[in-house]
Design a protein around this ligand. Structure first.
Ligand SMILES: Nc1ncnc2c1ncn2[C@@H]1O[C@H](COP(=O)(O)OP(=O)(O)OP(=O)(O)O)[C@@H](O)[C@H]1O
Ligand SMILES: [Mg+2]
Length: 401
């Protein structure tokens, strides 16, 4: 007999390779971060021309690819330099976990010496040991100080200063250190004058939040890498991008965060697996979203009058019936008439229906966009990004009774 565990594990899965959804995984290509990659390439170009060190700061909001860009750049740059017979190594230090100069230095040394003693050496002594390692390997080290604001706040800018000056004492030109500082804020203000003086202000790059359009290829890439072919409904990709993307036009806009987008995709896949389905549908994305955050709470629904509630239910019913991410206003109005009949209500006129839609949109219960390709003319498309249709319909049914 199969154990429960075996039964659960033996079910079908929509995933091909879950590791590709891991936050530490860095894809070969980073769509819509070409400009940031080129900025880094230009900044560190001096190293290929006899320069001894370059430093840069990359800053911007959560989930905008800062860490991914720095890691991708470090790998690609090492490959290019390797072809020219130069050795570049890189080490990524998470300063939120290593908030002091000593802890950060230990992280750097562990790259060369995994068993380097955790105690007993001063930062100066660790610098000396690091130099020995670099000289022995004849290599240049790119140190990525990620979330560096945490270190600067807790322990000042001495470490940044020491690392930017590391090369002053080196004989060989190639052996030395270059820095990439990463932060959600522009940390140049947190550097003291000495540290700032070694830092060219022009070597600063600000990343912007992703728009929904920019997130689409990022989500699509993970669909292709992590899921079995053809299992993810194409609507899911644009729905996820809409939820996570920054969007000035619609009142429904996310933070522009690729991490949120990947998390939604992962959870949507897991929902399909849990329900033993072999495809991922738009509703799985809504379920995924409901895990993290939902604007459609019962208490907010209670404040809605009967007819707006019926309009909202009509949208949910329509989306459920069509298993779609979006519905046309015409389709929703048709469903609204049907629901009114079911509830012995006389439907309000067309103009009033549009006013309800607008109200619901302003309150964040639905969001609307103008259709692009694939639809005749311009049609308004409606969606419910924040709640599974099933959950919404249950709540509305309770309220209408
Ligand atoms: N352009 C992109 N293409 C593919 N994946 C991306 C892209 N941008 C970000 N990602 C992925 O999104 C997730 C978040 O990105 P990343 O960790 O680089 O954000 P961050 O800017 O460092 O955020 P934080 O400030 O929270 O550290 C990672 O899994 C990363 O691989
Ligand atoms: Mg990061």
């Amino acid at each position: 007999m199969m154990s429960l565990v075996e039964e659960e594990l033996g079910g079908p899965t929509v995933f091909r390779d879950l590791a590709k959804l891991d936050f530490d995984y860095v894809p070969e290509e980073l769509p819509n971060r070409e400009e940031a990659m080129r900025f880094l390439a230009r900044t560190y170009r001096g190293l290929t021309q006899g320069g001894t060190r370059e430093h840069a700061l990359v800053w911007g909001p959560v989930g905008t690819g800062k860490t991914a860009v720095a890691k991708r750049f470090a790998r690609d740059f090492a490959t290019v330099l390797g072809k020219k017979g130069r050795r570049l190594e890189s080490v990524h230090v998470n300063c939120r976990r290593r908030k002091s100069a000593a802890l950060a230095m230990l992280g750097i040394l562990n790259h060369f010496e995994p068993n380097y003693p955790e105690r007993g050496f001063s930062v100066g002594e660790m610098m000396r040991d690091l130099r020995k390692h670099l000289e022995r390997r004849d290599c240049h080290l790119l140190v990525i100080l990620d979330e560096v604001d945490a270190l600067l706040r807790a322990d000042g800018s001495n470490l940044v200063y020491d690392l930017t000056r590391f090369n002053d004492e080196t004989g060989q030109a190639w052996v030395g250190i270059s820095l990439v500082l990463i932060s959600q804020q522009n940390v140049l203000e947190l550097l003291d004058d000495a540290a700032l003086s070694t830092f060219k202000r022009s070597n600063t790059y600000q990343v912007q939040p992703y728009t929904a359009d920019q997130l689409e290829p990022i989500v699509q890439q993970r669909v292709d890498l992590a899921f079995a072919p053809g299992v993810v409904d194409p609507d899911c990709v644009s729905l996820i991008a809409d939820i996570a993307g920054e969007n000035q036009e619609s009142n429904r806009s996310g933070p522009g965060d690729a991490r949120l987008a990947i998390e939604l995709l992962t959870k949507a896949g897991q929902t399909a697996d849990d329900e033993m389905r072999d495809s991922v549908m738009a509703d799985d994305v809504r379920t995924a979203k409901a895990y993290t955050y939902s604007v459609v709470t019962t208490s907010k629904l209670q404040n809605l009058p009967k007819h707006p509630l019926l309009v909202l239910a009509a949208l949910a019913r329509r989306l459920e019936r069509d298993q779609a991410a979006y519905a046309t206003t015409g389709g929703v109005e048709e469903m609204y008439h049907l629901l009114c009949e079911e509830h012995d209500e006389s439907p309000r006129g067309h103009t009033q229906f549009w006013k309800y839609l607008k109200q619901l949109q302003d309150a964040g219960f639905l969001y609307a966009k103008i259709s692009g390709k694939g639809h005749a003319g311009t049609t308004q498309l409606l969606s419910l990004p924040d709640v599974p249709t099933k959950v919404l319909l249950d709540k509305v049914r309770d309220l209408l009774e």
